[in-house]
Write a protein that binds this ligand. Sequence first.
Ligand SMILES: Nc1nc2c(ncn2[C@@H]2O[C@H](COP(=O)(O)OP(=O)(O)OP(=O)(O)O)[C@@H](O)[C@H]2O)c(=O)[nH]1
Ligand SMILES: [Mg+2]
Length: 237
Amino acid sequence: MSESSLSLAATELPELYDYLLKMILIGDSGVGKSCLLYHFLNDRSVEFASTLMRLPSSLPPSSTMSGVPASSSKTLKVQCWDSAGQERFRSVTRNYYRGACGAVVVYDITSRRSFESLQSWLSDARALASPDLEVVIVGNKVDQEDERQVPYLEASRWAQEHGALFVETSSKTGENVEQPFILLARAVLLAIESGKLDPDKTGSGVSYGERALRRVSSWNGSLSGSGGKGKLFGKCC
Ligand SMILES: Nc1nc2c(ncn2[C@@H]2O[C@H](COP(=O)(O)OP(=O)(O)OP(=O)(O)O)[C@@H](O)[C@H]2O)c(=O)[nH]1
Ligand SMILES: [Mg+2]
């Protein structure tokens, strides 16, 4: 299956989801944050938008979470917030970071300076967003290989040392453009399902969606399982 079918415009779908996630995009000005988001949101250009993703659950179907049966896939409503890189120097507001459980931190592989800024962006994000923040470092503009200033290995090691995921992308050719969001969503889902991240906890960056709440109420009422499972999307990964 093409990974582009993982995310669909929320307007095309019923508002039923298991978890609501807030993700932020940060990084220096001009590294390509808005272009990456534009691809992910199916060619919509906005500063704030949400989209639905369906991902396989990491839990076996027979297991339970808090006494409620798990289903084989989870639907996530992902709110993406875009920022302007120069805002760093005007201090991106606390509200921008608040309640985010995932950060896409972007640099430009042809700009060592933008790579060197990662440390400050990451420090701000870890200090101001959810304490359980999942991070993906994105080296964008990989189509400009001739002008590369940051080797792949150096950046991937840096990401690993800082507890972050890593991917290189090109929003010009479309290479890997959905990967940052998919990697982050998977990491957040795994954190929820492993108990590391508790959606009930204030400031966790995640909240339950109506679909999860319905599953809880139907379980409590001894009715059948997970409601509209498998009906929201034509495809799943
Ligand atoms: N060659 C190449 N150019 C890119 C790529 N992604 C973005 N660009 C170009 O880089 C410039 C900046 O892209 P934006 O997406 O506006 O960058 P931004 O990070 O949102 O910048 P700010 O909003 O100022 O923080 C634009 O001219 C894009 O066309 C890419 O993958 N390859
Ligand atoms: Mg922008």
